[in-house]
Design a protein around this ligand. Structure first.
Ligand SMILES: Nc1ncnc2c1ncn2[C@@H]1O[C@H](COP(=O)(O)OP(=O)(O)O)[C@@H](O)[C@H]1O
Ligand SMILES: [Mg+2]
Length: 323
């Protein structure tokens, strides 16, 4: 079931159109990534989900509610069910950890249940830091406080805008683990904006790749990586320099195919030599997937293609020199 549905969404800032015909659906309970270069429109799109950004055309529907049609009171109620975290934590410096976390509850006039706050502190691993002030905490700890604060209202949805971009890589890993854990333990749907593919690969089941205000491709992580759009390939840094002679074939290996076997058996069965031009095996959300580019002689094309088809591999012929 979808928690978020975006249809034909357009958004401009003055004459600048920053979101163009966005269509997305995000499943309840999933972790969804919005990824792309800076300026692609990711943050703007994310902010339409809780009505922080108005829209010009189209529809943003959250849990059955049309965000742009809500009155002030209903919008406030929706926002209370959506937590948000940012790159720069935005903690109040003059309040301690506990006070920062209970802030959303105070603003909403909700009675504070100290057991719940203690549980939250424990969940984010700060049970001994309740009385600390933000300037006594590390970056990773500050983000943990911000996460606990975002969860204080027991939201159905957590929006994360570059939450790990200001952190060291080793701290990033721990924060991503925490988000994964929160999604699993609390069932909170998470939508995260990032310009780092690693983040999407570690955490998300599905993602959308954005550029210039458009979603160029969206789907499961496997789909996204196994048949990337040329622009996404560039984003991934896979600038393959391919041989100009012969035929280059890119082979995609889904999780249930043993790629080594296909390749070594192909060489043996077809009794031919071929060059391995480029290959990668990566882990996506714990699942290993591979892409391999081989170079064969033109006249072997039919034989090789038939062989790959028979093995159930996905492949495409790519031009020499193409990125
Ligand atoms: N409040 C604003 N007023 C005018 N232009 C904006 C505003 N917010 C964002 N933009 C522009 O919209 C585009 C998309 O920005 P943003 O959504 O922040 O991209 P991303 O998060 O992918 O880096 C950029 O060109 C940015 O300069
Ligand atoms: Mg942004």
């Amino acid at each position: 079931m979808d928690l978020i549905t975006v249809e034909n969404l357009y958004k401009s800032f003055g004459a600048l159109e920053v979101l163009k015909d966005i269509n997305l659906s995000i499943k309840k309970g999933s972790i969804f990534g919005l990824v792309g270069h800076s300026g692609a429109g990711k943050s703007t799109l994310l902010r339409t989900f809780n009505g922080l950004e108005s829209i010009n055309r189209g529809s943003v529907n959250i849990d059955g509610l049309e965000v742009s049609k809500l009155n002030v009171k209903d919008l406030r109620a929706l926002r209370q069910r959506i937590g948000m975290i940012f790159q720069h934590f935005s903690l109040l410096q003059r309040k301690n950890v506990w006070e920062n976390i209970v802030l959303p509850l105070q603003c909403a006039n909700i009675k504070i249940d100290s057991k719940q706050i203690k549980n939250l502190l424990e969940l984010v691993g700060l049970e001994d830091k309740a009385g600390y002030y933000p300037n006594a905490l590390s970056g990773g700890q500050k983000q943990r406080v911000a996460i606990a604060r975002a969860l204080a209202m027991q939201p159905m949805l957590l929006l994360s805008d570059e939450a790990t971009s200001a952190l060291d890589p080793n701290i990033t890993g721990a924060i991503l683990e925490l988000l994964k854990n929160i999604n699993k333990e609390l069932g909170v749907t998470i939508v995260l904006v990032t310009h780092e593919m690693e983040v999407v690969k570690t955490l998300c089941q599905e993602a959308a790749f954005m550029e210039n205000g458009e979603v160029l491709k969206s789907g499961t992580i496997e789909d996204l990586f196994l048949s990337p759009d040329p622009k996404m390939r560039e984003f991934l840094g896979e600038n393959e320099i391919l041989p100009q002679s012969g035929l280059n074939i890119r082979i995609y290996f889904p999780k249930n195919i043993a790629q080594n076997l296909i390749i070594t058996q192909m060489a043996r069965n077809l009794q031919m030599d071929f060059g391995i031009v480029w290959g990668t095996l990566e882990s996506f959300n714990g699942v290993a997937l591979g892409v391999l580019v081989i170079n064969i002689q033109e006249d072997k094309k039919e034989e090789v293609c038939n062989y790959l088809n028979a093995q159930g591999a996905t492949w495409e012929i790519i031009q020499g020199g193409q990125k």
